[in-house]
Write a protein that binds this ligand. Structure first.
Ligand code: MF3
Ligand code: CO
Length: 256
């Protein structure tokens, strides 16, 4: 069952998502050369408490493991689920920050990849393409369409650029919990999968690699790396399906 949010749910969901985007926005401003990813993580914790929300990632359970950070911070060949550490960001890095917060019982989920200092043109193109792939996916998040329409739009665009699509992780419904039905793969066939209805809230999140889409999970049990060591990019929004145009919910408060 894919949850349909009531108007009352949506009122809180909009707030949760605007807060998630505002927290992420503030973190993007401090992600500069020299800062460590642990400092970013701790800043995330502080900013979340400033906005009266808490991390949906902190102590998130996967099997016997609990996620130790307040957000996911993944640098270069780290695809997703990177944990803050004493690693200092340096010029040429790209860093994805995945911020999921819980506010009044609802989750807002979003990710951006930021450029640190001078990033080479090849890597900048990867980030731009991931952003466009996300927009192509969002464009399909319409009542009456199917999940496969989102997946296929992302896949066609990414493949036209010659990049890889990570298949082991997907977008997802989001609301009372961080991961609800449906799963939203970043590859698939148009016209297949569950039908989208107004009131569904979806986290759409392409994870795109410059080289091979093959990945592995590191020794910490969380961090996902590209097998070939080449960069990857991850960008995510939470989107509301309506009877009209898709509505991106993860827009920072000051931009509304
Ligand atoms: N926010 C991520 C997502 O987009 C998941 C975070 S995994 C966690 O689905 F372990 F950090 F919580
Ligand atoms: Co997500």
């Amino acid at each position: 069952m894919i949850p349909i949010k009531s108007d009352r749910d949506l009122k809180i969901m909009r707030e949760a998502c605007a807060i998630a985007a505002t927290v992420l926005d503030e973190l993007c401003q401090i992600a500069k050369e020299g800062i460590t990813t642990l400092e970013i993580d701790r800043a995330g914790k502080e900013i979340m408490s400033k906005y009266s929300c808490r991390s949906a990632c902190y102590h998130y359970k996967a099997g016997r493991l609990r996620y130790p950070g307040y957000l996911c911070i993944s640098v270069n060949d780290e695809v997703i689920h990177g944990i803050g550490s004493d690693r200092a960001l340096k010029s040429g890095d790209i860093v994805s920050m995945d911020v999921s917060v819980i506010y009044k019982g609802f989750v807002g989920d979003n990710t951006r990849t930021v450029l640190i200092g001078d990033v080479n043109a090849e890597t900048r193109k990867l980030v731009e393409a991931t952003d466009i792939a996300l927009q192509k996916g969002i464009e399909q998040a319409r009542a009456g369409n199917r999940v496969g329409d989102i997946s296929s739009a992302i896949q066609s665009y990414v493949e036209s650029c010659g990049y890889g699509i990570v298949e082991e992780f997907t977008g997802h419904g989001v609301g009372r919990s961080m991961h609800e039905e449906p799963q939203i793969p970043n590859y698939g066939r148009a016209g297949t999968g569950p039908i989208l209805r107004a009131g569904m809230t979806l986290a759409i999140e392409p994870m795109i690699t410059m080289g091979s889409p093959e990945i592995f999970v590191g020794d910490d049990g969380w961090t996902v790396y590209t097998s070939d060591g080449k960069p990857s990019c991850h960008i995510e929004h939470t989107v509301l399906v309506t009877n009209g145009n898709p509505e991106i919910l993860t827009i920072p408060m000051q931009n509304k």
